[in-house]
Design a protein around this ligand. Structure first.
Ligand code: KIV
Ligand code: NA
Length: 275
């Protein structure tokens, strides 16, 4: 069944958990879509897990567009959500609408995601008015890494916790159809999830959220630069990949690959003429 902003709203009303994973390419998007994922996020985490940057700040509109096109081609039923890169929406409401428009028009995203609470509500409102669904993102917002002073749990004090509850209400009021809660205490995420009517999608925010998201290289054990506490390795694909690469290298070096069944034949009469 095709996932839409409507089915997201219904899922929360029916107490059905929503699932999202990041995707950056066609073949992975297809596998996730066939598995039945609700949403594919072309996250700006691509800067770290695909492009090898130390944070997400260098990711450009062209980077996200390039990967959104690939993911959209692989998505049949999943909702394709594209991250708005750092400085593609903070600068003005006008920039935000233009850049969100490009992600839908050129990239074929179904929705966009941007980081921040009340500060970006004018942007959320304007993008939604342009008929582009917006997923908000509060708590640990990696594009603010320099302002936050590191990748740290957010909302631990009473002031911060109250502020996050208010931010969640603000983004809902501005028209967001869902909100990512990143790296906040589980019991706070539960309170937030109960105080708004749009689904909360948690990452490092516990089981009380209406849905979950993970970076796929993290959940498959393919990214070892660092592993946050909230990551579970659902499979150790990284080790399996490395083993397969090593086997390929040794089989080629031994002359065991390719074998006759991998080769194309030619008639003896042709070969004779070649000598
Ligand atoms: O870029 C990303 O992958 C994200 C998720 C972690 C929510 O924003
Ligand atoms: Na992101």
């Amino acid at each position: 069944m095709k996932n839409t902003v409507l089915s997201f709203r219904e899922a929360k009303q029916e107490n059905k958990k929503l699932t999202m994973l990041t995707a950056y390419d066609y073949s992975t998007a297809r596998l996730m879509d066939e598995a039945g994922i609700n949403a594919l996020l072309v996250g700006d985490s691509l800067g770290m897990v695909v492009l090898g940057y130390k944070d997400t700040l260098q990711v450009t509109m062209d980077d996200i567009l390039h990967h959104t096109k690939a993911v959209a081609r692989g998505a049949q039923n999943a909702l394709v959500v594209s991250d708005m890169p750092f400085m593609s929406y903070q600068t003005s409401v006008y920039d935000a609408v233009c850049n969100a428009g490009r992600l839908v028009k050129e990239g074929h995203a179904n929705a966009v995601k941007l980081e921040g609470g009340s500060v970006v509500c004018p942007q959320i409102r304007a993008i939604v008015e342009a008929s582009i669904p917006v997923m908000a993102h509060i708590g640990l917002t990696p594009q603010s890494i320099n302002a936050l002073g590191g990748f740290k749990v957010q909302g631990k004090g009473v002031e911060d916790a109250r502020r996050l509850i208010e931010e969640a209400k603000a983004v809902e009021e501005a028209g967001a159809f869902a909100v990512v809660l990143e790296c906040i205490p589980a019991r706070l995420a539960e309170i937030i999830s109960k105080s708004i009517s749009i689904p909360t999608i948690g990452i490092g925010a516990g089981n009380g959220c209406d849905g979950q998201v993970l970076v796929y290289q993290d959940m498959l054990g393919m990214f070892s630069d660092f592993t946050p506490k909230f990551v579970r390795h659902f499979s150790d694909i990284g080790t399996q990949m490395k083993k397969a690469f090593e086997l390929y290298i040794s089989e080629v070096e031994k002359g065991a690959f390719p074998a006759p069944e991998h080769c194309f034949d030619i008639a003896d009469s042709i070969i004779e003429k070649l000598y």
